[in-house]
Design a protein around this ligand. Sequence first.
Ligand code: LLP
Length: 428
Amino acid sequence: MSTTNTSPRPFIYADNRLTCSGVDLTDLADTYGTPLYVYSADAIRERLGMLQTEFAAIPNTLCYAVKANSSLAILKLLSEQDCGFDIVSGGELERVRRAAPSALSRVVFSGVGKQVWEMDAALAADILLFNVESEAELEILSQRASAAGKIARIALRVNPDVFAETHPYISTGLREHKFGIAIERAREVYRRAAQLPNLEPAGVSVHIGSQIRDVEPFAQSLQRVRSLVEELRADGHNIRYVDGGGGFGIEYGNAAFNPAASVAAYATAIRSALDGLNAHLLLEPGRFLVAQAGALLTRVLYTKQNGTKHFVIADAAMNDLIRPALYQAHHEILPVIAASPEHARPNQTADIVGPVCETGDFFARDRTLPELRAGDLAVLLDAGAYGMSLASHYNTRVHPAEVLIDHGQPRLIRRRETLDSILAPELL
Ligand code: LLP
């Protein structure tokens, strides 16, 4: 097979057949069934490497946002490349403990609603930093740390009141959002934190939203954080960490996208905002690392014509990948067997939908694609982030299986669920 990959994705055609890191997707569907999430380990390592290279000149820890894709095998892979983790629950902490126990010292714990048992577990694990989002949380954390005989290193998540262009559901950096503490009040809250037993104010954190393509909002918010760090240091706090959050976006469409160049611009914006501050930078990338490394492989069950509309009904649905339904997100769709002289696929405009009983259960509307017929395989690209991690059992559908391709070898990293396994917790 001859292939040259200039695409930001590991999914490329070889001899008109779609492959992932050299593995034929038709073979994967035959072996593991559909719907199937397929990820490339090399693609994930490559993205992490880009960030590591760009930030190598300054002290930093990259803390992968587990929520983007919390598969144990992917956490393990990232930890083997020295990655840390950003968690938002005791459940995610447990995932890190099982997949990458040596990375617990590189964990930051974010989230507006931490529960006592979650704080206790994180204290016992000696994580790096708690990103605290309210004064009430500070008081509880201080009590729990005292009870455990531990010192909790904390950063306040400040809300910088910076607007970043993204979908309103995933924008977080404005005053009206539930996240963080208004930056104007931060000094007063740090003063309070320093008085509370067993808390050590050690950092400042910020996260302005997700799928942000422009680097300017990151620069702006970190400039505000920088001024705050300088004030806090003048107030006598030993602030060593600046956590810049996650949020760096990708190109979901088929416009040109050069991830290495984008990361370079992102890193330049961040580094210059923090230049000379002498702080250890933490970042919480999720989507950028895993989205384009993954795709959802699905088989067409039926096609049908309703009036003027043509429908392609796939075996994957909104419960497997909710992004189009929830955020009107665009995912590119490709046939696994490309159009060729032997295999004609005239373009056709169709709605690509799933079997779930909701009109919102669609992957694309009025999309012009090479014709898909019953039995054909297709992929939804860029589904490695917020795909499986948002999957549900709606309509009593089992979660898809997941396969990771590493060094040219596919490995099942999550078995397909069974009806028994999803019904097991229910009582009659
Ligand atoms: N750190 C914090 C505190 C976050 O809330 C998030 C994402 C991240 C880091 C990672 O952001 P990323 O680098 O992945 O953009 N389900 C939505 C995205 C929700 C993002 C939630 N927070 C989607 O599918 O677009």
